[in-house]
Design a protein around this ligand. Structure first.
Ligand code: MIC
Ligand code: SF4
Length: 645
């Protein structure tokens, strides 16, 4: 029986566990990446492990998220990360060099290798045939120290692409169509593998748009084969020597098959406030818009910019619309300047932003009150733009650009003929904004530069014998990490200060939560399904840890967030009967009697008691050997200190 591409790469990297679907396996990690919003914490954790030099083939630290320096905090974090990188053998991509995923694809990614990154959109690397997975900062720190990364051996979904995209229909529409069909939880526990004759009609940047936004399916990762098109892309980056062919066997067996005929797709948009709330432009109808933002790790490649410039040429941005464009990397921006694309955009009235995440993470450009904003990004969760009642639609760059001119949500097919957009044979390569690490001899003399906002990792303690605690918060289905630990220009500078950032935990849902939880000392959160979807930010577990949360009881979890809870020593529990969710109220006292012994004995299903109502509630707490030990130790940091020496 033949193998899928995912299985081939995983098999070549497995160091622990067996290849049984649903079981945990440990894989060797070849490359890691971090960004600055999760990076400071990840490097504090790496330091705490006491490993002098990274043990990966390549580790890169990027500065791209917290680039709005409205106070000393972000600049201090950048300086800290730069100094840690230099000392411990990590390449350092300086601010201005671009968004981590775009730059990693251009300059570091290698087909057939494994990559984990402290950012949920790390699967962008799947666009060149890598197994690239988003993870919590602590997991990335462990991988940098040479430890394996653990995932549940996934189900593998084949997306069989046939046909060819029609003019002005984009790669973005492909992933929006997949999201429409599978939903934001449809990918949990799965890898999405793209195959079929349609693959060769898509360029690397287009493939990367699709694997990037696979994160919104909740998938472990997404991957394309590495073929002649990948080879040309890497050669154009001056890195042809790292290319290898990567593909599934012809007789590979998949768990599910999704058929997509590219020729049948039409321009789509994800409507507020979820990436799977997808409708066609025709279904949405005439929608007057206030803002357009083009960029983010999903759609900021040179190819995207070439299309946008073509559409804007000789036009003016509609008087009622503000258009912001953030090219994905210094390379993209440089080439836009050389090719004359930049002056076309400036002339049309676009506001050119630095090559960084920017508005995608609420770092500026928040829309006006109740403003309608079309964005080429990947997330439109409530409040993420920085304007609580902002209405964010996720669209392709083509659709965004033409709408910026007309002032309405516009079907890009109205533009008429589409020229063929061909990527250059050679990209402009100048890695002068990537600082190399110090040599092993020089490393000792590198001083670590810590600012006053950088506070240590919160205190942890081994799992208690029993837990009796009130429910401090009850929330609904599809709670995102943007609800749990909001981002934005005001809160992001606190990423390296857990006591301070905790004051914002869950304030989107309930402003009184942080004070209440702190006062209770110990408490439990109850939630619905797909709890913790979205970002990889471990702050969504570390802030609750700091506020005394001992357990989270929900209908189901998103993958990365569940792992982050375990890493922080917080018990992840799920209801056996989802209807029991309705029997618990905020304020009820829950008793987890003998919980330590139960976990130690490997009990996965047991009852907890709602002392307020007297009702016994059956719950699941599935822990394998390793996660069990992490839980008992009080989290991954304590566990790793013991085991990684
Ligand atoms: C995001 O898109 O939400 C982020 C910001 O890139 C996060 C990481 C973070 O919270 O720092 C992600 O997706 O992992
Ligand atoms: Fe940055 Fe947005 Fe991509 Fe997250 S989704 S890495 S914030 S561009």
């Amino acid at each position: 029986m033949g193998l899928t591409l995912t299985e081939k790469i995983l098999k070549a990297h497995v160091v622990d566990g067996e290849f049984v679907k649903g079981q945990e396996i440990g894989i060797k990690i070849d490359q890691t990446l971090t960004q600055d919003a999760t990076g400071t914490m990840a490097y504090l954790e790496f330091e705490a492990m006491g490993v002098p030099r990274v043990r990966t083939e390549r580790s890169v630290a990027y500065i791209d998220h917290n680039t709005l320096q409205n106070g000393f905090e972000n600049a201090d974090d950048h300086r800290f990360i730069g100094s840690v990188a230099k000392k411990h053998g990590i390449y350092f991509s300086r601010s201005g060099n671009g968004i981590c995923h775009q730059v990693h694809l251009e300059r570091f990614g290698i087909p057939g290798k494994t990559l984990i990154g402290s950012d949920s959109h790390t699967p962008t690397g799947g666009g060149i045939g890598m197994i690239a997975i988003g993870a919590g900062g602590l997991d990335v720190a462990v991988a940098m120290g040479g430890g394996a990364y653990y995932i549940t051996y996934p189900k593998i979904v084949k997306v069989n692409l046939t046909g060819k995209l029609s003019p002005w229909v984009a790669a973005k529409d492909v992933i929006l169509e997949v999201l429409k069909r599978l939903s934001v939880k449809g990918g949990v526990g799965k890898v999405i593998e793209y195959c079929g004759k349609g693959v060769k009609t898509l360029s690397v940047p287009e493939r990367a748009t699709i694997t990037n936004m696979g994160a919104e399916l909740g998938a472990t990762t997404s991957i394309f084969p590495s073929d002649e098109i990948t080879k040309q892309f890497l050669e154009a980056q001056g890195r042809g020597e790292v290319w290898t062919e990567q593909k599934a066997d012809d007789d590979a067996v998949y768990d599910e098959i999704v058929e997509i005929n590219l020729s049948e797709l039409v321009p789509l948009a994800a409507c507020p406030h979820s990436p799977d709330n997808v409708k066609s432009v025709a279904e949405i109808g005439k929608l007057k818009i206030d803002q357009v933002c083009i960029g983010s790790c999903t759609n900021s490649s040179l190819l995207d910019m070439m299309k946008v410039a073509h559409i804007l040429k000789g036009k003016t941005v509609h008087p009622d619309v503000s258009l912001a464009i953030a090219p994905g990397s210094k390379q993209v921006l440089n080439m836009m300047a050389d090719m004359g694309l930049l002056s076309i955009m400036i002339d049309a009235g676009a506001r050119i932003l630095e090559s960084a995440c920017g508005p995608c993470i609420g770092m500026g450009q928040s829309p006006n009150s109740a403003g309608i904003s079309l964005r080429t990004f990947n997330r439109n969760f409530l409040g993420r733009s920085g304007t609580k009642d902002g209405q964010i639609y996720l669209v392709s760059p083509e659709l965004a650009a033409i709408s910026a001119v007309t002032g309405y949500l516009t079907d890009p097919r109205e533009i008429g003929d589409m020229p063929e957009f061909v990527l250059p044979q050679k990209f402009t390569v100048h890695d002068n904004m990537i600082a190399l690490p110090a040599s092993e001899e020089e490393a000792d003399s590198v001083e670590i530069l810590r600012g006053p906002n950088i506070k240590p990792y919160p205190e942890t303690a081994p799992l208690e014998d029993s837990i009796t605690a009130p429910v401090s918060l009850k929330v609904e289905d599809n709670i995102t990490t943007d609800h749990i630990m909001p981002a934005g220009a005001k809160i992001l500078p606190l990423r390296s200060n857990i006591p301070a950032i905790s004051q914002h935990c869950f304030t989107v849902c309930d402003e009184t939560f942080p004070a209440r939880a702190k006062e209770l000392g110990k408490s439990i959160i109850v939630g619905g399904s797909n709890y913790g979807q979205g970002s990889s930010r471990e702050h969504a577990a570390l802030a609750p840890l700091y506020l005394g949360i001992k357990a989270v009881l929900v209908k189901s979890f998103a993958r990365i967030h569940r792992a982050n809870l375990v890493n922080a020593g917080i018990l992840p529990l799920t209801f056996v009967n989802e209807s029991d969710y309705d029997t618990i109220s905020q304020g009820d006292i829950l008793e987890l009697a003998g919980i330590r012994e139960k976990i130690q004995n490997g009990e996965t299903e047991f009852n907890i008691l709602n002392k307020t109502t007297g009702k016994e509630i059956p719950v699941l707490c599935e822990m394998t050997g390793r996660t069990k030990d992490i839980m008992l130790a009080g989290g991954l940091l304590d566990y790793t200190r013991e085991n990684l020496k």
